[in-house]
Design a protein around this ligand. Structure first.
Ligand code: UT7
Length: 339
């Protein structure tokens, strides 16, 4: 079956920036602590009138514009997020309406920080059947964050990314191979426990603002993230009989700089070839791999003929890696990007 490719990329981050110093005025933390433990200097956060659907719409519109494609050419909109517009209907349906993508079937997936790679694998399967698929990853965590919890509040930022996937094996970024995994037995290490059917939100928790609390055992997440992302990358290289030295860049989920450096070490890859812009955007969950890829293209780091490995890890736990071949440079637009 013909392989599919990413033929256009759109990205969006909100104009509002929250620096580490801003955070240190809101909670017991410091710029120095955040920089040294995470590499993060700032994050973009949504304006009051922005929502997950509006962020997604910005990124999706940019991708359509780049591809010079009308919204009604889309067959599918797959949207991955941990922070949906509302419980129901799917955020993807709001985006379908905003885009006026009259022919598209629209559905959400919840995959955490590995969600984009998982959703892209599904988008690839649809594209191989001849469909034109918009794959979106969006996170608006600032709206659902416990801003009193310094253990988690400093780590995340808001943003959205969108790619158009089509069965065009000679064009764009070819989705050569992908392996994604999940291990739900470790769900309790990183979760937002309140608000679902297991733990409806008790009024006293609402009163304390605790329903937004993300429970995270940071060091366990750290160890698993390094181990799982490295293993998945090795798996993808082994599956495709690809030598590590044939890979030009690793395009990782932007968890934090120490994790990225440790993954580089595990893979015996120079840290300079593991792309990072975590200092500017922090961890944007489902959006982060697309934002990274968009930024790399805009910085002219990529050229046809290069082979890329993307890796991601997040709640679930879910994780994965993908091998991409850069055939031609796809159009890219990154709205709100830091210069
Ligand atoms: O996509 C996956 C998303 N999650 C992640 O990527 C997180 C992975 N984990 C990590 O990156 C690290 O574990 C963290 C950055 C979250 C924390 O770094 P750490 O080196 O593991 O620190 P720690 O949790 O061991 O905490 C060390 C100290 C503690 O104080 P005490 O108990 O030693 O007095 C924390 O209370 O640092 C304290 N601390 C802070 N201090 C200032 C925790 N957060 C902060 C903060 N500012 N924001």
């Amino acid at each position: 079956m013909a392989k599919s490719s990413i033929v256009s990329i759109g990205a969006y981050v909100p104009p509002k920036i929250l620096s580490n110093d801003d955070l240190s005025r809101m909670m017991e933390t410091s710029d120095e602590w955040i920089r040294t433990r995470t590499g993060i200097h700032q994050r973009h956060v949504a304006l009051p009138d922005e929502t997950t659907a509006s962020l997604s719409y910005q990124a999706a519109s940019a991708a359509l514009k780049g591809a010079q494609m009308a919204a009604d050419e889309l067959d599918w909109i797959l949207l991955c997020t941990d922070t949906p517009e509302m419980w129901t209907p799917a955020t993807a349906c709001f985006v379908q309406d905003l885009l006026k993508a009259g022919r598209a079937s629209a559905i959400d997936l919840t995959g955490g920080c590995a969600g984009f790679l998982q959703t892209l694998e599904l988008g690839d399967a649809l594209a191989r059947q001849g469909k034109t698929v918009m794959v979106i990853g969006t996170e608006l965590l600032s709206r659902s964050m416990d801003w009193t919890d310094r253990n988690t509040a400093v780590l995340f930022g808001d943003g959205a990314g969108a790619v158009i996937v089509q069965p065009k094996p000679e064009q764009g970024i070819r989705l050569t191979h992908s392996r994604t995994f999940s291990d739900g037995s470790q769900a309790d290490i990183l979760q937002k426990p309140y608000g679902g059917t297991r733990n409806p939100i008790p009024p006293e928790i609402v009163a304390q603002g605790g329903h937004h609390r993300i429970h995270m055992e940071g060091q366990k997440v750290f160890r698993q993230a390094v181990h799982r992302m490295s293993d998945a990358a090795k798996q993808v290289l082994a599956d495709t009989a690809t030598a590590a030295q044939d890979i030009s860049w690793v395009v990782p989920h932007q968890a934090n700089q120490r994790i990225l450096d440790a993954v580089a070490g595990e893979l015996r890859f120079p840290t300079s070839k593991v792309f990072s812009h975590v200092r500017n955007y922090a961890n944007t969950g489902s959006a982060s791999v697309i934002l990274a890829l968009a930024d790399m293209l805009i910085q002219n780091l990529l050229e046809p003929g290069q082979r890329l490995v993307s890796v991601a890890f997040g709640d679930g736990f879910s994780w994965g890696a993908a091998l991409w071949d850069l055939l031609t440079l796809p159009p890219v637009e990154f709205v709100g990007r830091d210069l």
